[in-house]
Design a protein around this ligand. Structure first.
Ligand SMILES: [Zn+2]
Length: 224
C-alpha cells in the first residue's frame, strides 16, 4: 500500500467495512462488479480500502452501497459516525462554528436543528474527497447541507483542465466498452475546455441552491 492509502488513525472503521465486505461476498460479486455500478466508477482499490477500514467511506458512498446491497442504511450510518468520531479531531459542531454555519456549496445558512435524512441537515464535506486521497482533517473539510453534499458527490466538479482531460479519458473508456463502433466519433466531440466550463456552471452556488430547494420539496412531499 502506498502513502496516500495510509490507514486512518482509527482502525475501528473496519467494522462498517467488514459488513460491506460480507454483503458483497454474499452476492458473490467481485469488487470490480460493484464499482462498475457506482456513480463515477471509483477505483476497485478504493472499495478495498473502505472494506478494510483503512479509509473512511463517505456518507453518500455508504448510502449508495447500502442501496446496492439492500442493507438498512440507518445502523451503518450511526456506526460509521461513532467510529469516525472516536478517531477524529473535529466535530460537526466545531466545523459548523468555524464556517459560520454557511454551506460551502450553496452558500446559504445551515441550521443544525435539521437531522439526516432531511436534505437541510448539516453535513461534513471533504473538499478533496477521501476516495480521491483527500484527508479526514480540519483543513480538508467544510460545513454543507447534506443535500448539497450528496449532490456534489454524485457529480464531482472539474477544477482544472487536467481534471477535464482525465474525465474525458474515463468517458472514452466507457464509450469504447459500450459503443465500440461510435466511440471515436463521440469522444472527438468532447472538448476538455467546454467540459471544464460546464462543470463550473453546474457547481455554481446558484445551481446548488436550486437543487437543494427541489430536494427539500421532494423530501417534504415523500419523506425522502
Ligand atoms: Zn447547501
Amino acid at each position: 500500500m502506498t502513502d496516500h492509502n495510509a490507514p486512518l488513525p482509527n482502525q475501528l472503521t473496519e467494522r462498517v467495512g467488514a459488513k460491506l465486505r460480507h454483503a458483497r461476498e454474499l452476492r458473490r460479486w467481485k469488487r470490480a462488479d460493484v464499482v462498475a455500478k457506482l456513480v463515477g466508477t471509483p477505483a476497485t482499490n478504493t472499495l478495498a480500502t473502505w472494506e478494510y477500514g483503512t479509509r473512511l467511506i463517505s456518507l453518500p458512498r455508504l448510502l449508495e452501497l447500502c442501496e446496492l446491497y439492500n442493507l438498512d442504511a440507518g445502523p451503518l450510518i450511526q456506526q460509521r459516525s461513532t467510529e469516525n468520531q472516536q478517531g477524529n479531531r473535529y466535530t460537526v459542531e466545531e466545523i459548523g462554528e468555524r464556517d459560520d454555519w454557511i454551506c460551502g456549496l450553496c452558500e446559504t445558512p445551515v441550521d443544525p436543528i435539521w437531522r439526516y435524512p432531511d436534505p437541510r441537515a448539516p453535513s461534513i464535506d471533504h473538499i478533496q474527497p477521501l476516495s480521491d486521497h483527500g484527508t479526514d482533517t480540519r483543513d480538508n473539510v467544510r460545513m454543507t447541507h447534506w443535500g448539497c453534499n450528496h449532490e456534489r458527490n454524485a457529480s464531482m466538479e472539474l477544477t482544472t483542465l487536467d481534471d477535464a482531460r482525465r474525465s474525458k479519458q474515463k468517458v472514452a473508456n466507457v464509450f469504447e466498452r459500450q459503443f465500440p463502433e461510435f466511440a471515436e466519433q463521440l469522444v472527438a466531440r468532447l472538448d476538455p475546455e467546454s467540459m471544464l466550463r460546464a462543470s463550473r456552471e453546474r457547481h455554481s452556488p446558484q445551481r446548488y441552491r436550486d437543487r437543494l430547494a427541489r430536494r427539500i420539496e421532494r423530501f417534504e412531499r415523500e419523506g425522502r
